[in-house]
Design a protein. Structure first.
Lengths: 552, 163
């Protein structure tokens, strides 16, 4: 067989270090799928293209490498959209490859033709339409380069079928990029350090960018050297070890009261890799009213996007922290740390069960049965907040969640990618019944590849978070938030070939959890919880982070 | 923050889709492009886009950062408030009659417009001027009954300052 475009694609992916891709074939991907059998790249056949994108996303979140998904033109490509948007909002490095109809059919409303580049423009960093087979390798290389540098994110490469099957010669090999790390404006870091050294009530905010920029160790070092307490955003959870006493929890709508209250009193904030979304700041005008804000971010558009910033440094976060550490003069802030200690005691006494009720106890029992380095993947909704509030993350890249986009149905397919990326670590999904339905077909993928993924569906028969909001702010009118109890999810799982059992959370689920933990293959527990098991505290819409409520 | 008319000029790769990416930066944030002019530069692989938009001044900073992030954008210049020469070309078609013919021809002369086509009862003139002047000229001729008007939108070049 002579070399064709498809071979160039696979060769380039291999050169970029791709070992696994997640995809689904269609008539227009066939030249590529046809050649996959010969190459070293493993292709995971998903049951839906959206799941392929989430799996590639999960793979990237766990490994730090670029995730790759592959879909055909038309519906295959449009099915990727939610997955690409999810990756975009959480800055996951992703390359989405879509096949396109033959180039002589463009613009003729051909079968399965769609302008996927146009559709995905607002949710990709960039996209390439390959118009000539000689541009294939360079377009793909640029896609990997763009996806994995700066603020990482998804890039789409659309390749017409005739280009995939076009005969061609070898294309130039990859030229390794020179490392471009350098500190461009050291004086800005000096100013940040001076302000931090002068401050009496400083707090660090650790955002998702710390882990994306591989700066978790530096951030830990920084915290230890500076002896400054830190809060995280939801995306920053686990980036700096929880157990060192300086961690005040995460901020925002469902965050820890201690974190929200401390930020409110701070006179200096050092924000690392966060864009200050409204979910973490609530009413922006009332966020951290006393603080001088310093922001370090690799993305120039994230600096000052949502909040007025007094001191800014734009650049690589690991480099910035490395340069910053020697400039920090540790000084004991007895008064500040004392205030925080007192506040911590107060909050802990106030909130029973960490605000998550029986669901929280269930999650604690699950974690106790799992190895320390297990990867936990909550879905979206109450299950997500219960998990991020309860699960003790010991390392970065061990809690994966759809933060920015809040994509229900993320957890199960993302777990597939996570397991493929980290086969030696336990992967556990904590999902609600609503989100579980949204990519339930992926149980077939899990079953087909015998991926030992553990799934706990916390079933309250409702869209729990919607129900809680209706209960609190819509006078308890529960319109269209009840999913009901007519489906036996364990029977569904068994039908897919995944062993499953049902437990009630108010009876002791310990034995079921033990069976799940010791299962060799995939396993599912359907855990029934009360529909009124909500999460507290919560910040009502339009209120500041200081106005958390702890009950109805 | 004061709302102001901003003129931004971009050098971009001459590639399909570049214009929609740029337009997307504005539209996804709810801002309107008031005028837009695109043409190749001396390098056929590079185009210059000159656009105007009404926006708050800090917003322009944010838009500029967003535009800078686009892979196909090579550079951005903000002409707002900077020493520069700005011009747009406007074509106006007017219907002539016995009463207004003399006044129209006199005004064309006074404003420094140029007649580019004329028949018994109609006339087409062109004006090259900055936006304030084209606007003033259009206002003047409107009462005479403008049949058709078309304009290019502004283009701009920085005025070199004496060192």
């Amino acid at each position: 067989m002579g070399t064709i475009g498809a071979d160039i694609v696979l060769k380039t992916l291999t050169e970029e270090g791709v070992e696994a891709i997640f995809g689904y074939p269609g008539a227009n991907t066939l030249p590529l799928h046809d050649r996959l059998a010969e190459g070293p790249i493993r292709h995971y056949l998903m049951r839906h293209e959206q799941a392929a994108a989430h799996a590639a996303d999960g793979y990237a979140r766990v490994t730090g490498k670029v995730g790759v998904c592959l879909a055909t033109s038309g519906p295959g490509a449009t099915n990727l959209v939610t997955g690409i948007a999810t990756a975009y909002m959480d800055s996951t490095p992703l390359v989405a490859i879509t096949a396109q109809v033959d180039s002589d059919l463009w613009g003729r409303d051909a079968f399965q033709e769609t302008d996927i580049i146009g559709i995905t423009m607002p949710i990709t960093k960039h996209s390439f339409m390959v118009r000539d087979v000689t541009q294939l390798a360079s377009s793909l290389r640029q896609a990997f380069q763009l996806a994995s540098t700066g603020r990482t994110g998804p890039v789409l490469v659309d390749i017409p079928k005739d280009i995939l099957s076009a005969p061609c010669g070898d294309q130039p090999k990859r030229v390794p990029a020179a490392p471009s790390k350098r500190i461009e404006n050291p004086e800005q870091l000096e100013r940040i350090a001076q302000a931090l050294n002068r401050s009496e009530r400083p707090v660090i905010i650790i955002g998702g960018g710390v882990k994306l920029g591989d700066a978790c160790e530096r951030a830990s070092e920084f915290v230890q050297k500076a002896q400054i307490p830190f809060v995280t955003t939801m995306m920053g959870i686990g980036s700096v070890a929880s157990a060192n006493g300086f961690n005040l929890g995460f901020i925002g709508m469902h965050g820890n009261e201690l974190a929200n209250r401390t930020i409110h009193q701070a006179d200096f904030i050092l924000a690392l890799g966060t864009r200050f979304t409204e979910r973490s700041t609530s009413v922006i005008e009332e966020f951290a009213p006393l603080a001088t804000v310093a922001q370090i971010d690799i993305d120039p558009t994230s600096i000052g996007k949502n909040i007025k910033v007094d001191l800014a440094y734009e650049g690589d976060i690991q480099d910035a922290l490395t340069a910053l550490i020697p400039l920090i003069a540790p000084h004991a802030r007895e008064e500040w740390m004392g205030r925080i200690r007192a506040e911590r005691d107060l909050q802990e006494a106030k909130l029973k069960d960490g605000g998550c009720g029986q669901a929280g106890n269930l999650i604690r029992k699950i974690q106790a049965a799992m190895p320390r380095e297990a990867i936990v993947i909550p879905d979206v909704g109450l299950n997500q907040i219960w998990t991020v509030r309860t699960w003790q993350s010991h390392s970065p890249r061990s809690l994966l969640t759809s933060g920015g986009m809040g994509t229900m149905g993320f957890s199960v397919p993302a777990a597939i990618g996570a397991k493929v990326g980290a086969p030696d670590r336990e992967v556990i999904v904590i999902c609600g019944d609503g989100g579980f339905y949204m990519n339930i077909q992926e149980l077939a993928t899990i079953s087909a590849y015998r991926l030992p993924i553990k799934i706990v569906v916390i079933n309250n028969g409702h869209l729990g978070m919607i129900r809680q909001i209706q209960d609190l702010f819509y006078e308890a009118r529960f319109t269209e938030s009840e999913l009901g109890d007519k489906t036996d999810l364990t029977a569904v799982a068994r039908g897919f070939g995944v062993p499953a059992e049902r437990v009630a959370v108010d009876e002791d689920p310990k034995e079921a959890i033990a069976r799940m933990a010791s299962a060799e293959g995939p396993y599912m527990i359907e855990a029934m919880v009360d529909q009124n098991n909500y999460v507290y505290p919560i910040i009502p819409p339009g209120c500041s982070n200081m106005e958390m409520i702890c009950g109805k | 923050m004061a709302i102001q008319e901003r003129t931004i000029s971009l050098l971009v790769n001459n590639q399909p889709g570049v214009l929609s990416r740029i337009a997307g930066i504005f539209s996804s944030r709810g801002y309107n492009i008031r005028s837009l002019c695109v043409a190749e530069t001396t390098n056929p692989e590079v185009s210059r886009i000159t656009l105007t938009s009404r926006a708050e001044s800090d917003f322009t900073e944010k838009i500029k950062k967003q535009l800078e992030k686009l892979v196909d954008v090579i550079s951005i210049a903000d002409f707002t408030g900077a020493p520069s020469v700005q011009r747009e070309l406007m074509l106006i078609s007017l219907r002539l009659n016995e009463e207004n013919r003399q006044e129209i021809l006199r005004a064309i002369d006074v404003f420094g417009c140029r007649v580019v086509a004329m028949s018994g009862d109609s006339l087409i003139m062109e004006i090259t001027a900055n936006k304030d002047k084209t606007a003033a000229i259009l206002r003047y001729f409107e009462p005479f009954g403008v049949e058709e008007m078309n304009r290019t939108g502004a283009i701009a070049v920085f005025r070199r300052q004496q060192e």
